[in-house]
Write a protein of this length. Structure first.
Length: 334
C-alpha cells in the first residue's frame, strides 16, 4: 500500500504545486519516519527549495535510529520534531505510547550527534495522574537535553482517541492544568526560551518558521491524506481515508472559499495566538478597515479587564487573557 500511497501523493503534488520556492517544508501529521530516507528525499526533490528552506520531519522515538537520523541530515532535513509527550514512563504506558523516556533522551542525543542544530520536543499537560510537580519535571528534563524548541499541548479527548469512550477519572482538574501552563511560562523564560505563541516556546532564532506561516494567516500547501491547505483564499481538507486518497488524490478534498469577513475573523483568531499579537496597521491595510473602530466595544471591555494589552503596533493577549482566550475570541467573532 505504501507504494500506491506515494504514487498518489506524487500525482497530487505534480497537479497542484505551482513550482514557487518554498520557505518551509514539513513532514508531519502522522508518522513520516515510516518512510525510508530515500522516499523522503524523492519527495523533497519535487519542490523548489534552497539552503534557507526550513525542512522539518516529525519523529516518534521508537521508529528511528542514529543511522536514520544521519541519513535525514544528509538529504537536507534541518529540523527534527520529536513526539515526547512526557518523561514519566508510567503515564506513557497509560496513554498507550510504546516508547519510554530513555528512548526520547537517546534520540535527542543522537540527533545532536547526527548534526542537527534545530530540535523540537512535543509535551502534553493534563495527562492522567500528572501533577504540577511531575509536569515541572518534564519541562526541566526537556530543557536539560538542550533542545531549541518546545511545543506544549493540553490534553484533548477527541473522537477516535483511546480515552474517548472511557475517560479516566484521574485527569488533572482545570485549575491544575492552568497551574501547569503557568509553570511552563515561568520555567521556560528562566532558561532563555521565548514564549512566542500560545503553545510554543523557543530559544532566540529558533521559532518554527512553518507554524509562524500558519499564525500569520499566509498561504500554504497541504499534500497527502488528511492534509489541510490554504491557497488563494480557499481552505481545503483532503480525505482522511487513505484508500479514497489512493483511488484519486486530486478530487477527494473539501474546499471552502472564504468570504472577506471570514478571512478577517481567522486573522484575529490566529493573530491573537501569537504572543506579539495583532499588528493593526497591517490588518487595516490588508482588509481596508479600521480595526480599532470596528472592534471598539470588545477592545474596551478586555482592555479594562486586563485580558488584552495595547502594544506599540496593536493589541495582544495578556497571560490572563491567554488562559481564557476562547471566550475572548468568541466576542471578536460574533
Amino acid at each position: 500500500m505504501k507504494n500506491k500511497y506515494l504514487a498518489a501523493l506524487r500525482q497530487e503534488i505534480l497537479y497542484y504545486y505551482k513550482q514557487e520556492k518554498l520557505n518551509t517544508l514539513y513532514f508531519g501529521g502522522g508518522t513520516p519516519s515510516l518512510l525510508t530516507t530515500t522516499e523522503i528525499k524523492e519527495i523533497i526533490k519535487m519542490f523548489q527549495i534552497d539552503e534557507k528552506t526550513e525542512i522539518t520531519v516529525e519523529i516518534n522515538p521508537e521508529t528511528v535510529d542514529y543511522n536514520y537520523l544521519c541519513a535525514l541530515k544528509n538529504i537536507g532535513v534541518n529540523r527534527i520534531s520529536i513526539g515526547c509527550q512526557t518523561f514519566d514512563d508510567k503515564i506513557l504506558e497509560t496513554i498507550g505510547r510504546i516508547h519510554n523516556s530513555n528512548q526520547v533522551k537517546l534520540m535527542v542525543k543522537q540527533a545532536f550527534d547526527a548534526g542537527f542544530k534545530n530540535i523540537s520536543l512535543d509535551l502534553i499537560y493534563g495527562l492522567p495522574n500528572q501533577t504540577v510537580e511531575k509536569f515541572e519535571s518534564d519541562l526541566t528534563q526537556a530543557i536539560n537535553l538542550g533542545v531549541h524548541h518546545i511545543s506544549l499541548y493540553g490534553l484533548k479527548i477527541e473522537e477516535g482517541c483511546a480515552f474517548y469512550n472511557n475517560t479516566p477519572d484521574n485527569l488533572p482538574d482545570e485549575d491544575s492544568q492552568a497551574d501547569m501552563y503557568l509553570k511552563a511560562i515561568e520555567i521556560t523564560k528562566k532558561h532563555g526560551f521565548e514564549h512566542y505563541e500560545i503553545s510554543n516556546f523557543a530559544k532566540k532564532n529558533y521559532y518554527s518558521k512553518h507554524n509562524l506561516n500558519y499564525w500569520n494567516n499566509n498561504s500554504y500547501y497541504g499534500f497527502g491524506v488528511a492534509a489541510h491547505g490554504y491557497i488563494d483564499g480557499v481552505r481545503y481538507a483532503n480525505t482522511s481515508n487513505i484508500n479514497d486518497f489512493i483511488k484519486n488524490s486530486l478530487t477527494n478534498r473539501e474546499e471552502k472559499l472564504l468570504t472577506d469577513n471570514e478571512k478577517q475573523e481567522e486573522e484575529i483568531f490566529l493573530g491573537f495566538r501569537k504572543i506579539s499579537g495583532i499588528d493593526t496597521k497591517l490588518f487595516n491595510e490588508k482588509y481596508k478597515i479600521n480595526f480599532d473602530k470596528k472592534y471598539k466595544t470588545t477592545l474596551k471591555k478586555y482592555l479594562a479587564s486586563g485580558h488584552i494589552i495595547k502594544t506599540q503596533n496593536g493589541y495582544k493577549l495578556s497571560t490572563e487573557g491567554i488562559m481564557v482566550s476562547n471566550y475572548i475570541l468568541a466576542d471578536f467573532l460574533e
